[in-house]
Design a protein around this ligand. Structure first.
Ligand code: DX5
Ligand code: ZN
Length: 219
């Protein structure tokens, strides 16, 4: 397993966001996790497509992993594709037609994923396996950084991992929320390959060291 570390900009210093992204990339980040919140689907408000467009201009080759916590999701999906998202993850609760939105993402060459909240069953994946590039398992309630990891989502993560293996699909499992050196190991053991981490990276003064430590604990 080659763990991928995805720093979440939610915990970055927004006064110098581009420099923060540059610093985590220099520190070994594999992708940049971009949390979009609308003060409706979740009780918090973050950034939109214009901010991603600016980052995309400064970092033309970096994979940007867009996590859409917005309702409705359809129009913003198109806008984020337009400004250069590399991966887009959507919550089934915010889609009129989940399969349709996933297909729209995939048809443009962007990687498509479904997010499972802690209380959301993996049964929602049943109708859309063929349209998925990744599954994002939330290990906190979405909306805020700095929350504690919920180990109770791990059995679900393992079941999703088993289903993917059983069918020989090329689908990756990402985990988001409360990931730190002390929680990343169990998530990796359960089958996660992409690890989102906000506070565990940006709340330290040595991003490279934090990323290396996470990678070592995942391996
Ligand atoms: C929470 C977001 C996460 C958040 C993770 O709704 O989706 O990406 O930034 O932050 P930490 O790593 O601090 O839990
Ligand atoms: Zn996220």
């Amino acid at each position: 397993m080659n763990p991928k570390i995805a720093p979440s900009i939610l915990a970055a210093d927004f006064a110098c966001l581009g420099d923060e992204v540059e610093a985590v990339l220099a520190g070994g980040a594999d992708l940049i996790h971009f949390d979009v919140m609308d003060n409706h689907f979740v009780p918090n408000l973050t950034v939109g497509p214009t901010v991603l467009a600016a980052l995309r201009k400064r970092f033309p080759d970096v994979p940007f992993d867009v996590h859409l916590m917005v309702d409705p999701v359809e129009r913003l999906v198109d806008e984020f594709i337009e400004v250069g998202a590399s991966m887009i993850s959507i919550h089934p609760e915010a889609c009129r037609d989940l399969g349709d939105v996933l297909k729209r993402i995939k048809n443009t060459g962007v990687k498509a994923g479904v997010v499972l909240n802690p209380e959301t069953s993996e049964a929602v994946l049943e109708t859309c396996w063929n349209d998925l590039d990744h599954v994002l398992i939330m290990s906190v309630k979405p909306g805020f950084g700095g929350q504690s990891f919920m180990p109770e989502v791990l059995p679900k993560l393992s079941r999703v991992c088993d289903a993917i293996k059983q069918d020989g699909r090329d689908i990756h499992i990402e985990i988001d929320g409360g990931i730190s050196s002390s929680t990343i190991g169990v998530a990796a053991k359960a089958g996660a390959e992409i690890f989102v981490a906000g506070s565990a990276i940006f709340n330290t003064d040595d991003y490279a060291n934090a990323i290396t430590e996470l990678r070592e604990h995942a391996a």
